[in-house]
Design a protein around this ligand. Sequence first.
Ligand code: NAP
Length: 277
Amino acid sequence: MLGRAVVQVLDPVFPGMVSATRAEADVTDRFRLESEVERLRPDVVINCASYTDVDGCETDPDRARRVNVEGAENAASAASAAGCPIVHISTDFVFDGRKGAPYVEEDTPAPLSEYGRSKRAGEERVAAVATDFLIVRTSWSYGAGRANFVDAIRSRAANGGPLKVVDDQFGSPTCVVDLARALHGLILREARGVVHFANAGVCSRYAMARLILRTCGFHDVPLVPMPTSEAGRIAVRPSYSALDTSRYSRLTGETPRPWQEALIEYLRGGRGAAVGA
Ligand SMILES: NC(=O)c1ccc[n+]([C@@H]2O[C@H](COP(=O)([O-])OP(=O)(O)OC[C@H]3O[C@@H](n4cnc5c(N)ncnc54)[C@H](OP(=O)(O)O)[C@@H]3O)[C@@H](O)[C@H]2O)c1
């Protein structure tokens, strides 16, 4: 999902950019990855690869470790061996949600799930092996290219519902095209360390679903709030995982647009909606 958006946004501004799917560059294959990056000699490596199935990570922690921990390390060491920085993507799920206010980069991670733990361990490996790195944490992403919360709500509503959506998890929905543009700005400014990026504002999953239904004209589809305890998910999610993006704004001079604006544009077929969907 993010990989496609990165290609869409960066291809016109970085001519000669090379993108790769899992089949072309498996991050768990350290030797092949290193030789490929060495051959290409890039100015920067952006690692969007991850095992992102949060419940799947719970049942297959070995795969989570191979892709999210060792894969992150392999990408970082391949970039370092080729003498270039690595931009690595991480997640709001490294936090436990107990803060109850937007997380800044200095807050201590305390992941609740195998996915969160593997992503945190991946961050640590990147920081340990890379000579030059930028870790960008984001949250609640949606965009073209794979199943996501927005498209799931829209298609279930198109089938008439009713929809039950949790109203006790809060975060910042983020359009992957906005994130890809943010990566561009951060790369141009040679940002380093950890940076949070998300669309502005905080909402519950329920409020997000309500805006999706309203924007798509599903006024008669019943939408029912429910507690997380009734959702029957395997992995524990943070109840609050909004990200403070002040550091991003200080570094780039840009302010992320509100989550509602980005989501409405996506639903109306604008930015992020048609990237090779
Ligand atoms: N989606 C969210 O809500 C969210 C929120 C916060 C952070 N993030 C982070 O954002 C980043 C991008 O994720 P996304 O949202 O774009 O999810 P995605 O669509 O699932 O993208 C992950 C990509 O990684 C690829 N991949 C998996 N194993 C790989 C391997 N061994 N080698 C190379 N590629 C591999 C997948 O390929 P296959 O499809 O072939 O498996 C897929 O194309 C990830 O770091 C994720 O942790 C996502």
